[in-house]
Design a protein. Structure first.
Length: 269
């Protein structure tokens, strides 16, 4: 699945039709995990209505230029791209604080690809809004593949299914599912569906499962990522690292950090 575009850069949309599934949290931590593994990454916030990646990454007071400034030529990539203070291989472009400028999909793609090349990035992740607000058609032509984020609640699963169909219409055929805030306890108790049900319902291959963690929600309020958490750090970080490795083409067992018996029960419950 790690086939590259003509410029040697693999570009992913991170998206969902439903808000509140933790899409931006997933985007930040996946991008960090891949960068920490030794690959250069560009993370672009395209949530034009409610940017949050700058807060999650702890950059909120340091954003001077954004993706609109770059695409519209008001700032160069060297001024727009921010290097993460925790991991120098992670680069970030913020969304605008107010309303976005008008530009074409071609202008967006050219600007993002030029920035990725200038900073020698191997992967680009484009975070999009959790709503059908017209952003996907604008940014989809820049993407090789999509990561659709959902929880295991029926409403968000339906949103993931709808997102998949919309992405196909936009030409993004390569799609993968990430289940966020996965409550293993409710699955084992029989009050929530197992993973196979989610795969069958969305018709999208599953590439990652991120466990539910209230501590991660608290950590990101102060601009901290999974590896900086005080509690739950190992299980959540392992889940992000495993997902990142699968995105980069490694063939590893899903939820490899769990005992086999528990993995099978979570799959087939």
């Amino acid at each position: 699945m790690d086939s590259r575009s003509n410029k040697g850069i693999k570009t992913f949309l991170i998206t969902s039709c439903k808000g509140g599934v933790g899409k931006s949290t997933v985007a930040a931590n996946i991008a960090f995990s891949i960068a920490a593994s030794g690959k250069r990454v560009l993370l672009v916030d395209c949530d034009f209505s409610n940017r949050s990646l700058d807060l999650i990454l702890g950059y909120d007071e340091n954003v001077f230029f954004d993706i609109c400034d770059l695409v519209c030529g008001r700032a160069t990539a060297s001024k727009t791209v921010m290097q993460d203070h925790r991991e120098e291989r992670l680069n970030f472009i913020a969304a605008p604080h107010f309303k976005k400028d008008e530009f074409t999909p071609e202008e967006f793609k050219d600007a993002v690809m030029a920035a990725a090349q200038e900073f020698f990035c191997e992967y680009v992740f484009i975070d999009t809004p959790g709503a059908l607000d017209g952003t996907l058609p604008l940014v989809a032509p820049a993407a090789d593949a999509a990561l659709i984020v959902t929880s295991h609640q029926p409403t968000t699963v339906r949103g993931a299914e709808k997102t998949g169909y919309q992405l196909e219409d936009l030409g993004v055929k390569e799609q993968y599912l990430i289940i966020n805030r996965y409550d293993k306890k409710s699955v084992l108790e029989g009050t929530s569906p197992g993973l196979n049900w989610l795969i069958d319902r969305t018709h999208v291959p599953l590439i990652g499962v991120i466990p539910d963690s209230k501590d991660l929600e608290k950590a990101q309020i102060s601009g901290k990522l999974a590896y900086e958490m005080r509690r739950d750090r190992e299980k959540v970080r392992e889940a992000f690292d495993e997902t990142a490795r699968r995105i980069c083409g490694e063939r590893i067992t899903l939820m490899s950090y769990l005992p086999e018996k528990k993995r099978r029960k979570l799959l087939y419950s």
